[in-house]
Design a protein around this ligand. Structure first.
Ligand code: FES
Ligand code: FES
Length: 170
């Protein structure tokens, strides 16, 4: 069957089977930044946003996303122009092997939209659903707190320039 998706702002018409997951469809049509790990909805590494809400894409049937807006890790910054949350993860050494990073970042984006000035415990709770085998979570939490400050213009960027809260949008 055919479904219509808006992926990172672009319209796509995609042929899918009834049982195909959103994750498999995204990866099949080129959005390979979203990683597959447990494939059972347990690790959070495949997280994307569907109409702004966090979804484990491995257990979301693609047909359920028909007509919805999907945001993947590819919607964030480019290599030359990183999103402030991406830059905060780098500057805080919050990514090591990087396998969980797309899920972490999409979780952080969704969370900071709802809660732009979070406490440490709120960030810990928000990241709770994404497993990371490398970092021990401390640096991830620090990165999200740092990103929140950057988004609010409380910090200067790592290149020394002031963060502009009007252009560095979530
Ligand atoms: S791969 Fe989807 S939750 Fe683990
Ligand atoms: S950085 Fe390796 S699993 Fe998180």
């Amino acid at each position: 069957m055919e479904i219509e998706l808006t992926i990172n702002g672009g319209q796509r018409t995609v042929e899918v089977s009834k049982t195909e997951s959103l994750l498999d469809v995204l990866r099949r049509i080129g959005y390979t930044g979203t990683n597959k790990s447990c494939d059972t909805g347990s690790c959070g590494m495949c997280r994307v946003l569907v109409d702004g809400e966090i979804r484990e894409s491995c257990v979301t049937p693609a047909v359920q996303a028909d007509g919805f807006d999907v945001e993947t890790i590819e919607s964030l910054g480019s290599q030359d122009d990183l999103h402030p949350v991406q830059q905060a993860f780098i500057d805080n050494s919050a990514t090591q092997c990087g396998f969980c990073t797309p899920g972490m970042l999409m979780t952080a984006i969704s969370f900071l939209r709802e809660n732009p000035d979070p406490t440490k415990s709120e960030v810990q709770e928000a990241l709770d659903g994404v497993l990371c085998r490398c970092t021990g979570y401390k640096k991830n939490v620090e990165a999200v707190l740092d990103a929140a400050e950057r988004m609010q213009g409380k910090k200067v960027a790592s290149d020394g320039g002031a963060i502009d809260p009007n252009t560095d949008e979530l």
